[in-house]
Ligand binder design. Structure first.
Ligand SMILES: *Cc1c(COP(=O)(O)O)cnc(C)c1O
Length: 409
């Protein structure tokens, strides 16, 4: 059980929340696909901001305003590098993935989607990447097409290619499914869409903590992710968009910061990215977001992925011996999510009994009801692993699962 490259003890020390008992047992946190825990450097960055630098950004000329503005804009540079964007101005701060997708739906959508146009999503999507498009289609008389999924929980690529046509204006798919962990062939999805001139949005909420993202190599038109799933604070995220597209899109919300000049005879909008950032943002959280990315880059994304792959392999091996264990989603390429059912035990009961043993897993539809419908189930139990999880925790989880199942036999 030797972990390579990652010093797990050292990493765990950086996460204060992990060192507590829940229901009389040491906490085992396996709900990382819902949100990750935060290292001390992120918590410190937040506290530091409120203790020393709090001021509104961009318009002030006093020292605190300058400090806050400079730290805020430093995060933008860090995110641009993290995504390998061409330009810092291509990064827009949002509340998270959901807002990033809604921003594209209501600005790009408002201007470029018309009656009869088609938008393609997949059967694997989070509700955040379904509902904004349904709303847009309803408003515009556009049509939503869905890439079908196979029994393993993979997109059927040939069926995707058949859906594409000159009517396709946008394809919006996730990089990694939150419900099943499937890693989608996004690069191929993007290049096929571009053959028809369609733009592509990548929902990278689950990819950000697990794979190295490169918007230039992918050639995606938009990419959205949330800070809170990649060790950062809640309430912030980033949307990448290609400059030419962002410039052609109308603003998102009206208010301060997004304008150049306001007059009752007409208002001129600010340049990108500010055109899309009306109102006072989550300044402290944006600043602390940088510390989260630094944390990931210091560890190295390949090392994090390798550690998580080892955890997955170990868990899959132990779970084979669990009575009635049925995995849901067995894609060839998967990130650190195990969604499953146990014959004869309701997921909700399992979740509660595991919680009584200090183990946090998620149960339910994972905001992907259409996918659950496809598998003809209401939901699953989902265990999702992160860099700070250990093989000892997985062993304890599987032993607990066996003990809990016995109670039902
Ligand atoms: C979590 C998640 C979202 C939504 O992210 P928010 O942070 O809640 O806005 C969207 N898509 C996927 C794949 C997710 O995992």
């Amino acid at each position: 059980m030797v972990d390579t490259a990652i010093d797990i003890k050292e990493i765990r020390k950086q996460f204060p929340i992990l060192h507590q008992q829940v229901n009389g047992k040491p906490l085992v946190y396996f709900d990382n696909a819902a949100t990750s825990q935060k290292p001390q450097c992120v918590i410190d960055a937040l506290t530091h901001y409120y203790n020393t630098d709090n001021a509104n950004i961009h318009r002030g000329i006093h020292t605190l305003a300058e400090r806050a503005t400079s730290a805020f804009e430093d995060t933008r540079k860090t995110v641009a590098k993290f995504l390998n964007a061409n330009e810092t101005e291509e990064i827009i701060f949002t509340k998270g993935t959901t807002e990033g997708i809604n921003l594209v739906a209501s600005t790009f959508g408002r201007k470029f989607i018309n009656t009869g146009d088609e938008i393609i999503v997949s059967g694997l999507e989070h509700h955040s990447n379904i509902v904004p498009w349904q709303m847009l289609c309803e408003e515009k008389g556009a049509v939503l097409k869905v890439i079908p999924v196979n029994e393993k929980g993979e997109l059927i690529f040939d069926e995707y290619v058949k859906l594409l046509s000159d009517k396709t204006k946008l394809v919006s798919v996730n990089y990694i499914s939150n419900a099943l962990g499937t890693i989608n062939p996004v690069k191929e999805i993007i290049s096929e869409a571009h053959k028809f001139g369609a733009k592509v949005l990548i929902d990278a909420a689950q990819a950000a903590p697990h794979v190295k993202m490169d918007v230039k190599a992918l050639d995606c038109d938009f990419l959205a992710f949330s800070a809170h799933k990649v060790y950062g604070p809640t309430g912030v995220g980033a949307l990448y968009g290609k400059r030419a597209l962002l410039e052609a899109m109308p603003p998102y919300q009206g208010g301060g910061e997004m304008i150049k000049d306001v007059s009752f005879s007409g208002t001129t909008y600010n340049d990108i990215p500010y055109k899309f950032e009306a109102g006072t943002p989550n300044i402290g959280e944006v600043i602390a977001f940088k510390s989260a990315i630094d944390f990931v880059e210091n560890l190295g994304q390949e090392n994090i992925a390798q550690h998580e792959d080892e955890l997955m392999a170990y868990a899959n091996d132990l779970l084979k011996d669990v009575d009635g264990f049925t995995p849901v989603g067995t894609a060839g390429k998967k990130a650190s999510v195990i969604s499953f059912l146990i014959d004869g035990v309701h997921p909700f009961d399992l979740g509660q009994l595991l919680d009584a043993r200090g183990i946090a897993v998620r149960t339910g539809h994972h905001c992907a009801q259409p996918l659950m419908e496809f598998f003809n189930i209401e939901g699953t139990v989902r265990a999702s692993f992160s860099v700070y999880n250990t093989k000892e925790e997985i062993k304890y989880f599987v032993d607990s699962l066996k003990a809990v199942i016995k109670m039902f036999k």
